[in-house]
Every structure is written in C-alpha cells, then in structure tokens.
Ligand binder design. Sequence first.
Ligand SMILES: NC(=O)c1ccc[n+]([C@@H]2O[C@H](COP(=O)([O-])OP(=O)(O)OC[C@H]3O[C@@H](n4cnc5c(N)ncnc54)[C@H](OP(=O)(O)O)[C@@H]3O)[C@@H](O)[C@H]2O)c1
Length: 312
Amino acid sequence: MAPRRKNRLRIAIVGAGKVGTVLGRVLTEEGARITAVVSRSRSSARAAASYLRCRVYADALTAIPPETGIVFIATPHDAVRGVAETLARLEGLDFRRMSFCHASGMLTAAVLSPLEERGSAVFSFHPLQTFPRSFPPRAMVSSARGIWYGADGSPRALLVAGHLARALRGHLMTVPPEFRELYHATCVVASNHLNALLAVIQEMASAVTGEEEPPLDPFRPIIEATLRNVFATSPGAALSGPVARGGVGTVGKHLEAVRASVPALLPYFTRMTLETIRLAASGGSLAPAPREALENLVSSFTRELQHQGKPQ
Ligand SMILES: NC(=O)c1ccc[n+]([C@@H]2O[C@H](COP(=O)([O-])OP(=O)(O)OC[C@H]3O[C@@H](n4cnc5c(N)ncnc54)[C@H](OP(=O)(O)O)[C@@H]3O)[C@@H](O)[C@H]2O)c1
C-alpha cells in the first residue's frame, strides 16, 4: 500500500517481533519513516526492515541514526531496562531532541529513566490490542489501526505520545503509573479471558453435540449482537436472559445441567452467575427478593464445591 500522507515522524524500532513489525508497518503506510530496525538477531531485523521499507537493520543499537526522533522499544518487557541502559550510553545521538517509548503493558515510563536522565522525553506506549504469536504480521496490520495506547510520562512526553498515536491512526489512554498492573490485568480480561470464555462455550457445545471441537459459528450472531448492544448502551442495559428476569427455576436447572455434563465448568458457571446477578441488581433490573433467591441458589452449589475441596 502506498503511504497515505506524509508525516514527519522518524522512528527507529527496537525488537523486530509482532508488535514492532505490525506497528512499524502501520507507521510506514501512514507516511512516517522507519530510520532503523534493530533486533537481537540480524535475521529478524532484516525481515522486518524489508517489510517496513527500511534500509538500515542491525543487531546492535549503534545502528540507530542521529536523525531518529522517536525510538520505539518493542522487545519483551524483561529486556526493556537493559535496552534503555545501552541506548543511554550511545555516542552521537542528541538525546535532548529525542523521545523513547516501550510497548510493555506492565512497565511504566520509569523503566526508561536512564534516557530521561540524558534529557530525552520518555513514555510507555502499550498497544491495547492482541498480536497472537501464530499470526503473520500482515494479517494483523488492519486490526492495529484505530486502537488505543496505554501511556504514562511527563506532560512533554505525553505530547509526543499523542503525535505517535495519531501517526498510527490511534488514540491515547493515560494510565496513572500506580495503576499500571491493574490496567494490564484489565487488558488481560478484555482479551485472554475472552479467549477462555469462548473455549468454555465450545466445551459446553461439545457436550451438547458430541463433537470434539464443534464450530463456534452458531454462537457468532449472539456473541456479536451482545457486543454491539453493550457498545451502543452499557453492559447492564444490554443484559437479557434468566438472571435479569429473576428466573430462579431456570437458573437452578442450568446449574444442575452443568454439574451433570461438564462438572469441571461448575466453578466458572457459579462465579459468572454471581457476577451476572450483581450486574442485573446494579442496573435495577433485578429486585432484592429474586436477587436473594438467586444468590442462595448459587451458594448451595458453591458449598458443594467447597465440600469437595474444588476451587470456586
Ligand atoms: N503480543 C501481544 O499481543 C502484545 C500486545 C501488547 C503489547 N505487547 C508488548 O509488546 C512487546 C513486544 O511483544 P511481541 O509480542 O512483539 O514480542 P515478540 O514477538 O516476542 O518480539 C520481541 C522481539 O524483541 C526482540 N528482542 C528480544 N530481546 C531483545 C533485545 N535485548 N534487544 C533487541 N531486540 C530484542 C526479539 O528478537 P529476535 O527475533 O531478533 O530474537 C523479538 O523479535 C512486549 O513488551 C509485549 O508485552 C505485546
């Protein structure tokens, strides 16, 4: 794809994995220039550089040219500090006019303090998106547009973060450093727990149909409509089903069916039924009496799990 418009950002990518390659590609397509790709291995750097239309690639940080404005560190999070320390020792870079950021969800801007001490603007810049290992970069480029970036840093650094987010056609979400781990745990719920939930649906469908790995397609319209309804209103307003109606009899039969056919999923089912009760009650669709009846019903099943020494 030809660059859509010119923007003046000059960005070096450190870490030629999924995130570095995919976001580098979005930047290239949006008209930014990738000045260098540096990775642990030269072969990864070369493959990514060719995809990012960048001539400079290397396995050493010394390859970063002085005209670079932003260095984007997309290594695994346990390598970020070491990369920052090595970068801060480089000669020939004008640190005061440069910015450095990293893609880790767990780390704040503080991990880049060696670079801040040299006068650079530093910020965290976590893409709030999933980049699965088994997917080739070109299959993930379109889903990397329009995403949010969890960031922290000084006001000056956040200005640069805003420019970078816009160059990626994305948005900035400021994350207070003291809530960084909670922010990342929230992202885990949004993506990884959703994977686990879809696997639960598949396991229950397997017990119904007898197929080992039944397709999820029959559930796709209801899943997609639920998401649309939630984003059009709110989780509480979009809630339907037996809990919202206070259907104690139906919920009891569901719990019995799960216990009989997929007992390993009973802890999940009881926990999520309690969360659904809490949601329905907070939205006002569940009156106190049916709420109490539903909670007592679920408790009788969780007590059983406790007696069996199973996690609830
Ligand atoms: N994957 C996701 O869904 C996702 C989502 C949001 C944020 N993130 C964050 O983004 C960062 C990168 O994740 P990823 O999924 O792209 O990981 P990845 O595919 O494993 O890529 C990491 C790359 O970093 C390179 N690397 C490792 N140590 C290095 C070092 N000391 N110096 C230079 N390069 C080094 C590796 O190099 P070689 O290939 O050369 O060996 C590899 O290509 C992580 O902080 C991760 O937490 C990931």
